[in-house]
Design a protein around this ligand. Structure first.
Ligand SMILES: Cc1ncc(COP(=O)(O)O)c(C=O)c1O
Length: 348
């Protein structure tokens, strides 16, 4: 059979046989009663990794983010972030729809955190005239930005400046594992830069479902209420938490392979189609190509490459995204490079 490289997203991974076995054997209980030992173990493990007091298992990263935001901001308050942030672009307006939160954003190349822009935009106490900023959201790594890792020094500067004026920080760390593997920075160092942190087990780590929100114990207690209110109170969900624990044991270090493959693809494609990507911008497992630089629209390129078995996702009319993960190996990467290289090179 012809090689197919499904690079649309790292959410496409299927649980391995070993992960499935871990799920089958999981001890379970009713988690709404706080009686599922596997969920409790996962929450403890993630809280410790992130250096926070407590954590809460969530069905999705979107719910983890939105509950996090709800802890910091309510109706008529503001959250600010960059214009490509997942919480703005891809959670279907949840902050407005559920929490009455308004948002403003700064434009940042490749989703890179712009601390000066954030601080200049922030209005900690708007009084009667301006909306007050309750929270800044930082995404690390940055999905639509192309897997961008945020520098720890910038995260620390933001943390200090916001704390001085009582503005909170939420870290959307859906792929914080990738940032940590790419840089060697401990998860707890990233965790210390935010009041709330969301992480996903269902992206490159390969679990079928699951995210975790970490914070101090009082906030996690409140988060438990919001999760239930939103319909996210789950029962014998240790089956899923076991997949997450298995992923933490077996699938974190291997993320480095995904990063190396994405970088290798970027280097090859930059050689045949200069301007589509700067390989040094590819920090982790996500390759975002500016295909307009090679004379393509993203929709057209993604469709043509898809016909040859290389599947991607057009994030906007100019940009096509290709994501490496657990189910993508070297031959698939070679195939993707050959197909994309030929298409991009044909008009460059
Ligand atoms: C950066 C980021 N945050 C949050 C999410 C939301 O995760 P979920 O699809 O589990 O809601 C995603 C999903 O891809 C993401 O990329």
């Amino acid at each position: 059979m012809a090689v197919v490289a499904d690079l649309r997203s790292d959410t496409l991974t299927r649980p391995t046989a070993a992960m499935r076995a871990a799920m089958v054997d999981a001890e379970v209980g009713d988690d709404v009663y706080g009686e599922d030992p596997t969920v409790v173990a996962l929450e403890r493990r993630v809280a410790d990794l992130l250096g926070h007091e407590a954590a809460l298992f969530m069905p999705t990263g979107s719910m983890a983010n939105q509950v996090g935001l709800r802890l910091h901001a309510g109706p008529g308050q503001e959250v600010i972030t960059d214009s490509l942030a997942h919480v703005l672009r891809a959670e279907l307006g949840a902050a407005a729809a559920y929490s009455g939160i308004t948002t403003r954003s700064w434009v940042a190349g490749r989703g890179r955190l712009d601390v000066d822009a954030a601080l200049a935009m922030m209005v900690p106490d708007g009084g009667l005239y301006q909306v007050s900023t309750a929270c800044v959201v930082v995404e690390n790594t940055h999905n639509f930005g192309g897997g961008t890792v945020q520098p720890l020094a910038d995260l620390r500067r933001l943390r200090e400046a916001t704390a001085e004026v009582g503005v909170r920080v939420h870290l959307d760390g859906a792929r914080l594992w990738n940032a940590s593997v790419a840089t060697g920075v401990a998860l707890s160092d990233y965790g210390s830069c935010a009041d709330t942190v969301s992480v996903c087990l269902s992206k490159g780590l390969g679990a079928p479902v699951g995210s975790v929100l970490a914070a101090d114990a009082a906030r996690i207690q409140q988060a438990r209420v919001w999760r239930k209110r939103l319909g996210g109170g789950m029962r014998q969900v240790g089956l899923l938490a076991a997949a997450g624990l298995h992923a933490l044991d077996h699938h974190v270090d291997r993320l480095a392979h995904d990063h190396a493959r994405a970088r290798r693809a970027a280097e090859s494609l930059a050689a045949v189609a200069p301007g589509v990507v700067d390989p040094t911008d590819v920090h982790t497992n996500i390759l975002v190509l500016d295909v307009s630089a090679a004379g393509w629209s993203a929709g057209e390129l993604v469709a043509r490459a898809g016909e040859a078995g290389v599947m991607g996702y057009p994030t906007d009319p100019r940009h096509a995204r290709y994501v490496w993960h657990l189910d993508v190996d070297d031959p698939m990467t070679d195939h993707a490079v050959a197909v994309l290289g030929e298409l991009l090179g044909s008009r460059a």
